[in-house]
Design a protein around this ligand. Structure first.
Ligand code: NAD
Length: 490
């Protein structure tokens, strides 16, 4: 079904365009606005308030003023607001999905999947809000008592990327609300509309004024800079590139902030000689092509045992070569546009360099001419192990395939990256899964699974992929601080 222009216009007109500060949607202090574009056409979708330093401080004023009463609000009440938000987001699946497709480009079917995944963080943390346990025990000496309790960490700055406009926000807002923290959310400037609509839904769900403030803006540093210098802020949770994450970590030292960093990835996808190749190709399609490859968990390097590499690669090239590229709003589209021209040019430069280094193009390999930032779904064979495309995050629909000959070799190649987010493993041998996983320096491992994200599971990386976890019981712990009370022999 193709979406009509009037349906798009009606939805866009319903999205709040202001900054959300203390429950009020208002213009930016400087009166500036920021245009949001459709990457499939380049047209302007909407113009929203372009927040800056003054707005950021006003948002922190609100978050700081609301913190004490929000922390005292019963966990059940916080949980019920999240539950209501889950229901409202789910009821508006079509609106959220279309908005994401318009501002980010992903096909509508995938956008609907993101709504379901993103909403799940609201439901999961609605249930976790009432289960944040402390402990009470007798000291080892047998007299005094040890009481341990959790408290909300305080006002948080949440910074989200453009690739999953809803899920990256709910993954932070859900646990922060459950834990009793107040927030300033800064969405990516390329895709702020989804976060604006989500914040409105949180208001509808009954979130008190000042608990969630949203400051979108063209200059991220103008917003984060003054907040990181302000001692009222107690935490930063960031999802984005490793380079920006490192600089925010450095700035966060000034006020010794709690930090959660969900950064870049360079996921290996290991296919062993005993793997079910049909399932491995299915998993590869999901791990590579979901979100057009614009995912931190995207398979970035296919490492295939030499004995099955030819069969795996030709099956993968056939599947990837048959994908339909087009606007996400058009029925039948498998692969939407890249987010912007700069991103597409970077992907093409990696492909061109790989070919110069000896790789062969088995599908795609070029930009799609015409409007929008489309790139052909691409498979590269015979990629040398030291090729730049295997070292960097591709963030696009390009699958480079390389080979290994034994398990130790596969593990060594997989670990030879500064990143450590997700790794995928295809084998029928469960003991190999355990043996290899133990040696893989990655925060997450998919076993015969190409998609592993789940609200109930701890998502996050090691090495330069970040610190902390989102999802699961680990996710709420990121927003609480531990207080110990030593009690003299009662
Ligand atoms: P990015 O680092 O450019 O931007 C992320 C966010 O940070 C945006 O909101 C942006 O406006 C803001 N930002 C940029 N410069 C800033 C600065 N100097 N100070 C403060 N904020 C700043 O990343 P991106 O291009 O939006 O997203 C892609 C990256 O995100 C990829 O590297 C991807 O792997 C990573 N990512 C990681 C995860 C994860 O969970 N580990 C999930 C999604 C994306």
């Amino acid at each position: 079904m193709t979406i009509t222009a009037s349906r798009e216009a009606e939805l866009l007109a319903s999205v709040p365009t202001g900054l959300l500060i203390n429950g009020q949607w208002r213009d930016a202090a400087g009166g500036k606005t920021l245009d949001v574009h459709d990457p499939a056409t380049g047209r302007v979708l909407a113009s929203i308030a372009d927040g800056g330093s003054e707005d950021a401080i006003a948002a922190l004023d609100a978050a700081s003023a609301a913190q004490a009463s929000w922390a005292r609000t019963a966990p059940r009440v916080r949980g019920e607001i999240l539950r209501k938000a889950f229901e409202l987001v789910t009821a508006r699946t079509e609106d959220f999905a279309l908005l994401m497709t318009l501002e980010m480009g992903k096909p509508l079917a995938e956008a609907r999947g993101e709504v379901a995944y993103g909403a799940e963080f609201l439901r999961w943390y609605s249930e976790e809000a009432v289960r944040d346990y402390g402990r009470y025990l007798t000291s080892p000496e047998g007299k005094n008592k040890i009481l341990v309790q959790h408290k909300p960490v305080g006002p948080c700055l949440l910074i989200t990327p453009w690739n999953f406009p809803l899920a990256m926000a709910t993954r932070k807002v859900g646990p922060a609300v459950a834990a009793g923290c107040t927030m300033v959310l800064k969405p990516a400037k390329l895709t702020p509309l989804t976060a604006q609509l989500f914040a409105q839904v949180m208001q509808e769900a009954g979130l008190p004024d000042g608990v969630l403030n949203v400051v979108s803006g063209s200059s991220a540093a103008a917003i984060s800079g003054p907040l990181l210098k302000d001692s009222r802020l107690r935490k930063i949770s960031f999802t984005g590139s490793t380079a920006v994450g490192k600089s925010l970590m450095a700035d966060a030292t000034e006020n010794v902030l709690r930090t959660s960093m969900e950064l870049g990835g360079n996921a290996p996808f290991l296919v062993f000689e005993d793997a079910d190749l049909e399932k491995a190709v299915d998993g590869a399609m999901a791990a590579k092509m979901r979100n057009m490859g614009e995912a931190c968990t995207a398979a970035n390097r296919f490492l295939v045992h030499a004995s099955v590499a030819a069969e795996f690669t030709s099956k993968l090239a056939a599947r990837i070569g048959a994908l339909t590229v087009g606007r996400g709003t058009e029925g039948g589209t498998d692969v939407g546009p890249m987010i912007e021209e700069k991103a597409r040019a970077g992907i093409h430069a990696l492909v061109t360099a790989a070919v110069a280094e000896g790789a062969t193009i088995l599908a795609g390999g070029d930009v799609v001419e015409g409007e929008g930032y489309f790139y052909q779904p691409t498979v590269l064979g015979n990629v040398p192990n030291d090729a730049a495309i295997l070292q960097q995050e591709i963030f696009g629909p390009v699958a480079p395939v390389t080979t290994f000959t034994d398990e130790a070799d596969a593990i060594r190649i997989a670990n030879s990256t500064e990143y450590g987010l997700a790794a995928y493993l295809y084998t029928r041998d469960f003991s190999r899964l355990l043996r290899v996983s133990e040696q893989l320096e990655f925060g997450m491992v998919g076993f015969n699974a190409g998609v592993i994200s789940n609200a109930a599971a701890p998502f996050g990386g090691v090495k330069h992929s970040g610190l902390g976890r989102e999802g699961g019981s680990e996710g709420i712990a990121e927003y609480t601080t531990t207080q110990y009370i030593g009690i003299a022999d009662p």
